[in-house]
Write a protein that binds this ligand. Structure first.
Ligand code: PLP
Length: 453
Protein backbone atom coordinates (compact mmCIF):
# COMPACT_ATOMS: atom_id res chain seq x y z
CA UNK A 1 0.00 0.00 0.00
CA UNK A 2 1.32 3.44 -0.91
CA UNK A 3 1.64 5.72 2.05
CA UNK A 4 -0.77 8.52 1.27
CA UNK A 5 -0.80 12.17 2.04
CA UNK A 6 -1.89 12.81 5.57
CA UNK A 7 -5.39 14.15 6.20
CA UNK A 8 -6.31 17.18 8.35
CA UNK A 9 -6.82 14.98 11.41
CA UNK A 10 -7.71 17.69 13.95
CA UNK A 11 -10.49 19.35 11.91
CA UNK A 12 -11.92 15.96 10.89
CA UNK A 13 -11.97 14.85 14.54
CA UNK A 14 -13.75 18.07 15.51
CA UNK A 15 -16.41 17.52 12.83
CA UNK A 16 -16.78 13.89 13.89
CA UNK A 17 -17.28 14.94 17.51
CA UNK A 18 -19.75 17.63 16.49
CA UNK A 19 -22.08 15.44 14.40
CA UNK A 20 -21.37 11.73 14.59
CA UNK A 21 -22.78 9.49 17.33
CA UNK A 22 -20.65 6.33 17.49
CA UNK A 23 -21.86 2.80 18.18
CA UNK A 24 -20.35 1.06 21.24
CA UNK A 25 -18.04 3.98 22.12
CA UNK A 26 -17.69 6.17 25.20
CA UNK A 27 -18.45 9.31 23.20
CA UNK A 28 -17.54 11.73 25.97
CA UNK A 29 -14.06 10.21 26.28
CA UNK A 30 -13.77 9.85 22.52
CA UNK A 31 -14.62 13.49 21.89
CA UNK A 32 -11.99 14.57 24.42
CA UNK A 33 -9.29 12.31 22.92
CA UNK A 34 -10.30 12.56 19.26
CA UNK A 35 -11.50 9.63 17.17
CA UNK A 36 -9.18 7.40 15.19
CA UNK A 37 -9.63 8.09 11.48
CA UNK A 38 -8.99 5.17 9.12
CA UNK A 39 -8.58 6.28 5.53
CA UNK A 40 -7.32 3.28 3.53
CA UNK A 41 -7.18 -0.50 3.55
CA UNK A 42 -5.25 -3.00 1.44
CA UNK A 43 -4.89 -6.68 2.27
CA UNK A 44 -4.24 -6.96 6.01
CA UNK A 45 -3.15 -3.35 6.36
CA UNK A 46 -4.93 -0.14 7.22
CA UNK A 47 -3.72 3.41 7.11
CA UNK A 48 -4.90 6.21 9.39
CA UNK A 49 -5.23 9.94 8.73
CA UNK A 50 -1.69 10.55 9.99
CA UNK A 51 -0.26 8.14 7.42
CA UNK A 52 0.41 5.46 10.05
CA UNK A 53 0.25 1.83 8.84
CA UNK A 54 -1.63 -0.57 11.08
CA UNK A 55 -1.97 -4.35 10.84
CA UNK A 56 -5.69 -5.13 11.06
CA UNK A 57 -5.69 -7.94 13.60
CA UNK A 58 -9.49 -7.87 13.82
CA UNK A 59 -10.38 -8.00 10.08
CA UNK A 60 -12.49 -4.90 10.69
CA UNK A 61 -15.17 -6.34 12.97
CA UNK A 62 -14.36 -10.03 12.32
CA UNK A 63 -15.57 -9.66 8.76
CA UNK A 64 -12.93 -8.76 6.17
CA UNK A 65 -12.03 -12.38 5.49
CA UNK A 66 -10.56 -11.80 2.00
CA UNK A 67 -8.63 -8.71 3.15
CA UNK A 68 -9.23 -5.07 2.28
CA UNK A 69 -9.40 -3.45 -1.13
CA UNK A 70 -9.95 -6.31 -3.59
CA UNK A 71 -10.71 -4.75 -7.00
CA UNK A 72 -12.80 -7.78 -8.09
CA UNK A 73 -15.47 -6.80 -5.57
CA UNK A 74 -15.47 -3.18 -6.71
CA UNK A 75 -15.81 -4.35 -10.33
CA UNK A 76 -18.67 -6.74 -9.53
CA UNK A 77 -20.47 -4.03 -7.58
CA UNK A 78 -20.01 -1.47 -10.33
CA UNK A 79 -21.31 -3.86 -13.00
CA UNK A 80 -24.38 -4.77 -10.93
CA UNK A 81 -25.08 -1.12 -10.12
CA UNK A 82 -25.17 -0.39 -13.85
CA UNK A 83 -27.41 -3.39 -14.59
CA UNK A 84 -29.96 -3.30 -11.74
CA UNK A 85 -29.07 -1.12 -8.78
CA UNK A 86 -32.09 -2.04 -6.68
CA UNK A 87 -35.10 -4.18 -6.74
CA UNK A 88 -36.80 -6.05 -3.93
CA UNK A 89 -37.57 -9.70 -3.41
CA UNK A 90 -41.03 -9.20 -1.87
CA UNK A 91 -44.31 -10.31 -3.45
CA UNK A 92 -42.94 -13.23 -5.46
CA UNK A 93 -40.24 -11.19 -7.22
CA UNK A 94 -36.60 -12.17 -7.73
CA UNK A 95 -33.51 -11.25 -9.77
CA UNK A 96 -30.37 -13.04 -11.08
CA UNK A 97 -27.85 -12.04 -8.34
CA UNK A 98 -30.08 -13.26 -5.48
CA UNK A 99 -30.76 -16.51 -7.35
CA UNK A 100 -27.06 -17.10 -7.97
CA UNK A 101 -26.06 -16.29 -4.38
CA UNK A 102 -28.76 -18.60 -3.00
CA UNK A 103 -27.53 -21.38 -5.28
CA UNK A 104 -23.91 -20.86 -4.25
CA UNK A 105 -24.78 -20.89 -0.55
CA UNK A 106 -26.80 -24.10 -0.90
CA UNK A 107 -23.78 -25.65 -2.64
CA UNK A 108 -21.27 -24.49 0.00
CA UNK A 109 -23.33 -25.25 3.12
CA UNK A 110 -23.70 -28.72 4.67
CA UNK A 111 -26.02 -30.97 2.59
CA UNK A 112 -29.14 -30.44 4.73
CA UNK A 113 -29.10 -26.68 3.98
CA UNK A 114 -30.77 -25.79 0.71
CA UNK A 115 -32.47 -22.47 1.44
CA UNK A 116 -31.48 -19.00 2.58
CA UNK A 117 -33.53 -15.99 3.74
CA UNK A 118 -31.62 -12.73 3.19
CA UNK A 119 -31.23 -9.82 5.58
CA UNK A 120 -28.99 -6.77 5.85
CA UNK A 121 -26.96 -7.71 8.95
CA UNK A 122 -26.27 -10.30 11.61
CA UNK A 123 -28.75 -8.70 14.00
CA UNK A 124 -31.51 -8.85 11.42
CA UNK A 125 -30.55 -12.47 10.78
CA UNK A 126 -31.14 -13.32 14.43
CA UNK A 127 -34.46 -11.43 14.47
CA UNK A 128 -35.44 -13.46 11.41
CA UNK A 129 -34.32 -16.69 13.05
CA UNK A 130 -36.40 -15.97 16.17
CA UNK A 131 -39.52 -15.24 14.12
CA UNK A 132 -38.89 -18.33 12.01
CA UNK A 133 -38.50 -20.81 14.87
CA UNK A 134 -41.71 -19.55 16.50
CA UNK A 135 -43.54 -19.69 13.16
CA UNK A 136 -42.24 -23.22 12.66
CA UNK A 137 -43.68 -24.50 15.93
CA UNK A 138 -46.90 -22.54 15.51
CA UNK A 139 -47.39 -24.04 12.07
CA UNK A 140 -46.92 -27.49 13.61
CA UNK A 141 -49.68 -26.56 16.08
CA UNK A 142 -47.31 -26.26 18.99
CA UNK A 143 -47.46 -22.49 19.66
CA UNK A 144 -46.53 -23.05 23.31
CA UNK A 145 -43.03 -24.00 22.14
CA UNK A 146 -41.94 -20.36 22.40
CA UNK A 147 -38.90 -19.98 24.67
CA UNK A 148 -35.46 -19.70 23.10
CA UNK A 149 -32.58 -20.66 25.36
CA UNK A 150 -29.38 -18.68 24.85
CA UNK A 151 -26.20 -18.11 26.86
CA UNK A 152 -24.85 -15.51 29.21
CA UNK A 153 -22.16 -13.35 27.62
CA UNK A 154 -23.26 -14.38 24.13
CA UNK A 155 -23.48 -11.77 21.36
CA UNK A 156 -26.23 -12.07 18.78
CA UNK A 157 -26.57 -8.46 17.66
CA UNK A 158 -27.92 -5.11 18.69
CA UNK A 159 -31.58 -5.02 17.64
CA UNK A 160 -34.12 -5.74 20.37
CA UNK A 161 -34.20 -9.45 19.50
CA UNK A 162 -30.44 -9.66 18.94
CA UNK A 163 -29.63 -7.95 22.23
CA UNK A 164 -32.23 -10.10 24.02
CA UNK A 165 -30.78 -13.33 22.67
CA UNK A 166 -27.33 -12.04 23.55
CA UNK A 167 -26.29 -12.23 27.15
CA UNK A 168 -24.50 -8.90 27.49
CA UNK A 169 -25.42 -7.41 30.87
CA UNK A 170 -24.70 -3.75 29.93
CA UNK A 171 -27.08 -4.02 26.97
CA UNK A 172 -29.82 -5.59 29.10
CA UNK A 173 -29.34 -2.82 31.66
CA UNK A 174 -30.77 -0.31 29.14
CA UNK A 175 -34.21 -1.56 30.12
CA UNK A 176 -36.90 -3.62 28.43
CA UNK A 177 -34.38 -6.32 27.65
CA UNK A 178 -34.49 -9.21 27.25
CA UNK A 179 -37.85 -9.36 25.49
CA UNK A 180 -40.19 -12.12 26.78
CA UNK A 181 -39.45 -15.74 25.97
CA UNK A 182 -35.64 -15.70 26.17
CA UNK A 183 -33.81 -17.66 28.87
CA UNK A 184 -30.05 -17.53 29.48
CA UNK A 185 -27.83 -20.34 30.76
CA UNK A 186 -24.11 -20.66 31.61
CA UNK A 187 -21.37 -20.26 29.02
CA UNK A 188 -18.52 -22.79 28.55
CA UNK A 189 -15.83 -20.31 29.65
CA UNK A 190 -13.43 -22.65 31.44
CA UNK A 191 -10.67 -20.09 32.07
CA UNK A 192 -12.93 -17.80 34.12
CA UNK A 193 -15.61 -20.10 35.43
CA UNK A 194 -14.25 -23.66 35.34
CA UNK A 195 -12.91 -23.63 38.93
CA UNK A 196 -11.27 -26.93 39.86
CA UNK A 197 -12.99 -28.91 37.11
CA UNK A 198 -11.03 -30.13 34.10
CA UNK A 199 -12.06 -28.45 30.81
CA UNK A 200 -13.77 -31.71 29.76
CA UNK A 201 -15.78 -31.95 32.99
CA UNK A 202 -16.68 -28.29 32.78
CA UNK A 203 -17.75 -28.66 29.15
CA UNK A 204 -20.18 -31.41 30.13
CA UNK A 205 -21.44 -29.48 33.13
CA UNK A 206 -22.22 -26.34 31.13
CA UNK A 207 -23.83 -28.34 28.31
CA UNK A 208 -26.06 -30.05 30.85
CA UNK A 209 -27.25 -26.66 32.06
CA UNK A 210 -29.29 -26.76 28.85
CA UNK A 211 -30.99 -29.98 29.92
CA UNK A 212 -31.73 -28.53 33.35
CA UNK A 213 -33.23 -25.40 31.81
CA UNK A 214 -35.41 -27.52 29.51
CA UNK A 215 -36.61 -29.48 32.55
CA UNK A 216 -37.40 -26.29 34.45
CA UNK A 217 -39.19 -24.54 31.58
CA UNK A 218 -40.79 -27.72 30.26
CA UNK A 219 -39.85 -29.37 26.99
CA UNK A 220 -43.21 -28.41 25.51
CA UNK A 221 -42.40 -24.73 26.01
CA UNK A 222 -38.91 -24.63 24.49
CA UNK A 223 -38.54 -23.73 20.81
CA UNK A 224 -34.78 -23.61 20.28
CA UNK A 225 -31.29 -23.25 21.67
CA UNK A 226 -28.94 -20.68 20.09
CA UNK A 227 -25.18 -20.41 20.47
CA UNK A 228 -22.13 -19.23 18.59
CA UNK A 229 -19.86 -22.21 17.77
CA UNK A 230 -17.11 -20.09 19.39
CA UNK A 231 -18.29 -17.06 21.36
CA UNK A 232 -16.65 -14.11 19.62
CA UNK A 233 -17.50 -10.79 21.24
CA UNK A 234 -17.73 -12.54 24.62
CA UNK A 235 -13.97 -13.15 24.41
CA UNK A 236 -13.21 -15.90 21.87
CA UNK A 237 -14.47 -18.58 24.22
CA UNK A 238 -13.55 -21.93 22.69
CA UNK A 239 -15.76 -24.62 24.25
CA UNK A 240 -14.11 -27.76 25.65
CA UNK A 241 -14.30 -30.78 23.32
CA UNK A 242 -17.10 -32.34 25.39
CA UNK A 243 -19.46 -29.38 25.01
CA UNK A 244 -20.93 -29.50 21.51
CA UNK A 245 -21.57 -33.27 21.29
CA UNK A 246 -23.56 -33.06 24.54
CA UNK A 247 -25.54 -30.02 23.34
CA UNK A 248 -26.29 -31.86 20.10
CA UNK A 249 -27.51 -34.92 22.03
CA UNK A 250 -29.78 -32.85 24.26
CA UNK A 251 -31.35 -30.91 21.37
CA UNK A 252 -32.04 -34.13 19.45
CA UNK A 253 -33.46 -36.02 22.42
CA UNK A 254 -35.61 -33.13 23.64
CA UNK A 255 -36.87 -32.08 20.21
CA UNK A 256 -35.70 -28.49 20.27
CA UNK A 257 -34.22 -26.70 17.29
CA UNK A 258 -30.50 -26.00 17.35
CA UNK A 259 -29.34 -22.65 16.00
CA UNK A 260 -25.63 -22.09 15.34
CA UNK A 261 -24.98 -18.35 15.03
CA UNK A 262 -22.37 -18.41 12.27
CA UNK A 263 -22.13 -14.63 11.87
CA UNK A 264 -18.43 -14.72 12.84
CA UNK A 265 -17.56 -18.38 12.34
CA UNK A 266 -19.08 -18.69 8.86
CA UNK A 267 -17.00 -18.32 5.69
CA UNK A 268 -13.68 -19.67 6.83
CA UNK A 269 -12.88 -18.25 10.26
CA UNK A 270 -12.32 -21.76 11.68
CA UNK A 271 -10.78 -23.22 8.51
CA UNK A 272 -14.15 -24.62 7.33
CA UNK A 273 -16.92 -22.91 5.39
CA UNK A 274 -19.00 -23.02 8.57
CA UNK A 275 -17.87 -23.27 12.20
CA UNK A 276 -20.48 -25.99 12.75
CA UNK A 277 -18.47 -28.27 10.48
CA UNK A 278 -15.37 -27.75 12.62
CA UNK A 279 -17.17 -28.96 15.75
CA UNK A 280 -19.37 -31.57 14.03
CA UNK A 281 -22.53 -29.65 14.95
CA UNK A 282 -25.69 -30.36 12.93
CA UNK A 283 -27.79 -27.24 13.39
CA UNK A 284 -31.28 -26.59 12.05
CA UNK A 285 -30.63 -22.91 11.32
CA UNK A 286 -27.52 -20.81 10.77
CA UNK A 287 -27.68 -17.00 10.93
CA UNK A 288 -24.90 -15.56 8.74
CA UNK A 289 -23.49 -12.11 7.81
CA UNK A 290 -19.99 -10.54 8.02
CA UNK A 291 -17.76 -12.93 5.99
CA UNK A 292 -20.60 -13.49 3.50
CA UNK A 293 -19.47 -10.31 1.75
CA UNK A 294 -16.23 -9.88 3.74
CA UNK A 295 -17.93 -6.71 4.96
CA UNK A 296 -17.65 -4.97 1.57
CA UNK A 297 -21.40 -4.33 1.58
CA UNK A 298 -24.00 -5.04 4.28
CA UNK A 299 -25.68 -8.39 3.77
CA UNK A 300 -26.71 -11.25 6.04
CA UNK A 301 -29.10 -14.14 6.02
CA UNK A 302 -30.38 -17.23 7.70
CA UNK A 303 -29.39 -20.58 6.24
CA UNK A 304 -32.49 -22.70 6.75
CA UNK A 305 -32.09 -26.45 7.11
CA UNK A 306 -34.50 -28.80 5.31
CA UNK A 307 -36.46 -29.67 8.47
CA UNK A 308 -37.50 -26.05 9.00
CA UNK A 309 -37.61 -25.00 5.33
CA UNK A 310 -40.03 -27.78 4.50
CA UNK A 311 -42.53 -26.59 7.12
CA UNK A 312 -42.15 -22.87 6.44
CA UNK A 313 -42.41 -23.22 2.65
CA UNK A 314 -44.95 -26.02 2.32
CA UNK A 315 -47.14 -25.48 5.37
CA UNK A 316 -46.76 -21.87 6.56
CA UNK A 317 -46.56 -20.56 3.02
CA UNK A 318 -46.44 -16.83 3.71
CA UNK A 319 -43.82 -16.05 6.38
CA UNK A 320 -44.87 -12.49 7.24
CA UNK A 321 -41.40 -11.05 7.44
CA UNK A 322 -38.82 -9.30 5.27
CA UNK A 323 -36.64 -6.23 4.80
CA UNK A 324 -36.48 -3.68 1.99
CA UNK A 325 -32.90 -4.82 1.45
CA UNK A 326 -33.49 -8.60 1.70
CA UNK A 327 -31.41 -9.90 -1.21
CA UNK A 328 -30.25 -6.45 -2.37
CA UNK A 329 -28.84 -7.09 -5.87
CA UNK A 330 -25.64 -5.09 -5.40
CA UNK A 331 -24.90 -6.62 -2.00
CA UNK A 332 -25.55 -10.06 -3.55
CA UNK A 333 -23.07 -9.26 -6.34
CA UNK A 334 -20.44 -8.34 -3.73
CA UNK A 335 -21.13 -11.57 -1.82
CA UNK A 336 -20.89 -13.70 -4.97
CA UNK A 337 -17.53 -12.14 -5.89
CA UNK A 338 -16.33 -12.64 -2.31
CA UNK A 339 -17.35 -16.32 -2.20
CA UNK A 340 -15.59 -16.90 -5.53
CA UNK A 341 -12.37 -15.43 -4.12
CA UNK A 342 -12.64 -17.57 -0.97
CA UNK A 343 -13.32 -20.68 -3.09
CA UNK A 344 -11.01 -20.18 -6.07
CA UNK A 345 -8.01 -19.00 -4.06
CA UNK A 346 -8.48 -21.85 -1.56
CA UNK A 347 -8.24 -19.37 1.30
CA UNK A 348 -10.19 -21.58 3.72
CA UNK A 349 -8.03 -24.61 2.93
CA UNK A 350 -4.97 -22.48 3.69
CA UNK A 351 -6.43 -21.48 7.06
CA UNK A 352 -7.03 -25.17 7.82
CA UNK A 353 -3.67 -26.53 6.66
CA UNK A 354 -1.08 -23.81 6.36
CA UNK A 355 -1.45 -20.26 7.68
CA UNK A 356 -3.88 -21.26 10.46
CA UNK A 357 -1.57 -23.83 12.09
CA UNK A 358 1.39 -21.44 11.57
CA UNK A 359 -0.40 -18.63 13.42
CA UNK A 360 -1.76 -20.98 16.11
CA UNK A 361 1.75 -22.28 16.88
CA UNK A 362 3.23 -18.81 17.23
CA UNK A 363 0.23 -17.51 19.19
CA UNK A 364 0.51 -20.45 21.65
CA UNK A 365 4.10 -19.39 22.42
CA UNK A 366 2.79 -16.06 23.75
CA UNK A 367 1.61 -18.09 26.77
CA UNK A 368 5.26 -17.98 27.87
CA UNK A 369 4.93 -14.25 28.48
CA UNK A 370 4.61 -13.40 32.22
CA UNK A 371 1.38 -11.47 31.57
CA UNK A 372 -0.40 -14.27 29.69
CA UNK A 373 -2.35 -16.92 31.61
CA UNK A 374 -3.68 -18.66 28.52
CA UNK A 375 -3.19 -18.27 24.77
CA UNK A 376 -5.90 -20.04 22.80
CA UNK A 377 -6.76 -20.04 19.14
CA UNK A 378 -9.00 -22.02 16.83
CA UNK A 379 -8.78 -21.44 13.09
CA UNK A 380 -7.90 -17.74 13.00
CA UNK A 381 -9.76 -16.64 16.10
CA UNK A 382 -7.70 -16.22 19.27
CA UNK A 383 -7.50 -14.78 22.76
CA UNK A 384 -4.80 -14.03 25.33
CA UNK A 385 -5.93 -14.02 28.97
CA UNK A 386 -4.00 -11.36 30.89
CA UNK A 387 -3.29 -12.29 34.50
CA UNK A 388 -1.24 -10.84 37.37
CA UNK A 389 0.26 -14.09 38.67
CA UNK A 390 0.67 -17.30 36.71
CA UNK A 391 -0.29 -20.12 36.88
CA UNK A 392 -3.37 -19.02 38.83
CA UNK A 393 -6.41 -18.21 36.69
CA UNK A 394 -6.96 -15.08 38.75
CA UNK A 395 -7.78 -11.63 37.38
CA UNK A 396 -6.18 -8.28 38.15
CA UNK A 397 -7.60 -6.61 41.24
CA UNK A 398 -9.71 -3.49 40.73
CA UNK A 399 -11.64 -2.51 37.68
CA UNK A 400 -12.15 -5.34 35.16
CA UNK A 401 -10.85 -4.39 31.76
CA UNK A 402 -8.31 -1.80 32.90
CA UNK A 403 -5.23 -3.78 31.91
CA UNK A 404 -6.98 -4.88 28.71
CA UNK A 405 -7.58 -1.26 27.73
CA UNK A 406 -3.96 -0.35 28.43
CA UNK A 407 -2.77 -3.30 26.33
CA UNK A 408 -5.16 -2.43 23.49
CA UNK A 409 -3.87 1.16 23.39
CA UNK A 410 -0.23 0.01 23.33
CA UNK A 411 -1.15 -2.38 20.54
CA UNK A 412 -2.56 0.40 18.40
CA UNK A 413 0.46 2.58 19.14
CA UNK A 414 2.66 -0.29 17.99
CA UNK A 415 0.70 -0.64 14.74
CA UNK A 416 -1.51 -3.67 15.48
CA UNK A 417 -5.24 -3.69 16.08
CA UNK A 418 -6.21 -6.17 18.77
CA UNK A 419 -9.48 -5.87 20.66
CA UNK A 420 -9.78 -5.97 24.45
CA UNK A 421 -12.69 -7.89 25.96
CA UNK A 422 -12.33 -7.09 29.65
CA UNK A 423 -8.80 -8.45 30.33
CA UNK A 424 -8.57 -10.70 27.28
CA UNK A 425 -6.84 -9.59 24.09
CA UNK A 426 -8.68 -10.78 21.01
CA UNK A 427 -7.35 -11.52 17.53
CA UNK A 428 -9.21 -12.32 14.30
CA UNK A 429 -7.11 -11.22 11.30
CA UNK A 430 -8.05 -11.33 7.61
CA UNK A 431 -7.85 -14.96 6.45
CA UNK A 432 -5.39 -13.98 3.69
CA UNK A 433 -2.64 -13.11 6.17
CA UNK A 434 0.76 -14.42 4.98
CA UNK A 435 3.55 -16.11 6.96
CA UNK A 436 5.59 -12.89 6.90
CA UNK A 437 2.62 -10.87 8.15
CA UNK A 438 2.02 -13.44 10.90
CA UNK A 439 5.67 -13.05 11.97
CA UNK A 440 5.16 -9.29 12.08
CA UNK A 441 1.89 -9.66 13.99
CA UNK A 442 3.57 -11.82 16.64
CA UNK A 443 6.46 -9.36 16.92
CA UNK A 444 4.03 -6.48 17.47
CA UNK A 445 1.90 -8.48 19.94
CA UNK A 446 5.03 -9.44 21.93
CA UNK A 447 6.19 -5.83 22.05
CA UNK A 448 2.69 -4.82 23.17
CA UNK A 449 2.72 -7.35 26.01
CA UNK A 450 6.20 -6.16 27.05
CA UNK A 451 5.03 -2.54 27.04
CA UNK A 452 1.95 -3.43 29.11
CA UNK A 453 3.85 -5.56 31.63
N1 PLP B 1 -24.08 -12.62 15.81
C1 PLP B 1 -22.78 -12.66 16.14
C2 PLP B 1 -22.18 -13.96 16.58
C3 PLP B 1 -21.98 -11.52 16.06
O1 PLP B 1 -20.70 -11.56 16.40
C4 PLP B 1 -22.57 -10.32 15.59
C5 PLP B 1 -21.76 -9.10 15.45
O2 PLP B 1 -20.64 -9.02 15.89
C6 PLP B 1 -23.94 -10.32 15.28
C7 PLP B 1 -24.66 -11.49 15.38
C8 PLP B 1 -24.61 -9.07 14.82
O3 PLP B 1 -24.22 -8.74 13.55
P1 PLP B 1 -24.42 -7.24 12.99
O4 PLP B 1 -23.51 -6.36 13.76
O5 PLP B 1 -24.10 -7.38 11.54
O6 PLP B 1 -25.85 -6.89 13.20
Amino acid sequence: MNVSNTYPTGPLQALDAAHHMHPFSDMKALNAEGSRIIVKGKGCWLEDSNGKRILDGMAGLWCVNIGHGRPEIAEAVQAQMAELSYYNTFFKTTHPPVIELSRMLAELAPPSFNHVFFTGSGSESNDTMLRMVRTYWKTLEKPEKFVVIARKNAYHGSTMAGASLGGMAPMHAQGGLPIPGIHHIAQPYWFDEGGELSPEEFGLQTARALEQAIDEIGEDNVAAFIAEPVQGAGGVIVPPATYWPEIQRICKERNILLVADEVITGFGRLGRWFGSEYFGIEPDLMPIAKGLSSGYLPIGGVMVGDRVADVIINQTGDFNHGFTYSGHPVACAAAIANLKILRDEKIIERVANDTGPYLQKKWALLANHPLVGEARMVGMMGALELVPAKPERRRFAGEAGKIGTICRDFSFKNGLIMRAVRDSMILSPPLVISHEEIDELIRLATKTLDDTH
